[in-house]
Design a protein around this ligand. Structure first.
Ligand SMILES: [Zn+2]
Length: 348
């Protein structure tokens, strides 16, 4: 029974960790460049890939992050944000996602004077149009950035609160984890908690287990982005397991940034086997050159996951969604039914 080999593209999935600016299609970038921004170095989509996608592994997270600077110059208008958000929902739908949480950092899209709120309005408009068109439930996570001032991050937290329940579902902290430890952002996330905002934190990617522990105990994260290097400390691993904190793991990205040095060092299988709530996500469709289907295929290929186990991971994702409670209840039960149907067809 467990030897099934279902079509993973058709398997119902969710994507809880995917960045807007890491998921811009090259053909879209050409269109966006017509609206403004510096002249593109190439005019054909295929030739733009090297500027937008990591080729093989990169040396570090820092090098991975460089790919974002390239596209950000063309994402400074409401029109651009709306389009990229809409197309992200389309890309998710094409790979069987039933639910997607798209994230982005409002402060990186203000070069031409947009307010934080205006950027959120445009992203939500794109997500909502995509939701209607493609039948994928789409929500937004707004990101505070390591290295940004308290004032700028608080601005993001306040805006998130104003849009909470209207499309925004949580706040995040991203950026150079190795240089900016969690304790620098205590007051921002204290404010987020006071405002009742769910919190997810990028941790255990470019820094060790301590960063994961503090994301939870100090900043109040109820989900953790990546958590790969948590494996360096059994105590932190146990804390995450006992508290039932879902990990938003992104296998291809985690290999590329060298959060894990190869599949044999990748802790996803061990985490899953010890009962940690592992979820699988894409991080960046374009920068990582991935799809949610490819991520699940890699689990099957490199970590010997059976289809039943892959369904359990997808279900972990649905249950970990920051979706509004009532909508979530309906969504999760429908999702469970769809998974059962898929598995039934995969086995027969
Ligand atoms: Zn991320």
């Amino acid at each position: 029974m467990s030897k099934s080999n279902g079509n993973l593209k058709l398997m119902p999935k969710v994507d809880l960790h995917v960045h807007l600016d890491g998921s811009v299609l090259p053909e879209t970038l050409i269109e966006l460049a017509k609206l403004g921004g510096p002249e593109l170095p190439e005019r054909e989509p295929e030739k733009l890939w090297p500027y937008m996608r990591v080729e093989g592994e990169c040396d570090s997270l820092a090098q991975y992050l460089e790919k974002f600077a390239f596209v950000l110059a063309y994402m400074q208008s409401g029109q651009a944000l709306e389009r990229v958000a809409y197309e992200l929902v389309r890309q998710s739908a094409e790979h069987g996602c039933r639910y997607v949480e798209a994230r982005y950092a409002p402060q990186l899209h203000r070069e031409k004077g947009m307010s934080v709120e205006a950027t959120i309005d445009c992203v939500l408009r794109g997500l909502s149009a995509g939701e209607k068109e493609f039948g994928v439930i789409a929500r937004c996570i707004v990101i505070c950035l390591r290295g940004h001032s308290r004032e700028r991050n608080l601005e993001v937290v306040r805006a998130a609160s104003a849009y909470y329940g209207r499309g925004v579902v949580a706040v995040d902290l991203a950026g150079s984890e190795a240089h900016y430890p969690p304790e620098l952002y205590e007051s921002e996330f204290r404010m987020a908690r006071r405002l009742g905002l769910p919190i997810t934190i990028h941790a255990g990617e470019a820094a060790g287990a301590d960063s994961v522990g503090k994301a939870v105990t100090l900043l109040g994260a109820s989900r953790v982005g990546h958590g790969v290097r948590m494996q360096e400390d059994p105590d932190v691993t146990e804390l995450i397991r006992v508290r039932g904190i879902p990990l938003e793991m992104c296998p291809f990205s985690n290999m590329q940034t060298k959060a894990a040095l190869g599949w044999e060092k990748y802790p996803l299988r061990a985490y899953f086997d010890t009962g940690i709530r592992v979820t699988v996500n894409t991080d960046n469709l374009t920068v990582s050159g991935t799809t949610i289907t490819k991520e699940y295929e890699a689990l099957r290929e490199h970590l010997a996951f059976t289809d039943e186990e892959l369904c359990a991971i997808a279900m972990n994702g649905a249950k970990a969604a920051f979706l509004e409670e009532e909508t979530k209840r309906t969504f999760v039960s429908k999702f469970a039914e769809e998974l059962k149907d898929w598995l039934g067809e995969a086995v027969n």
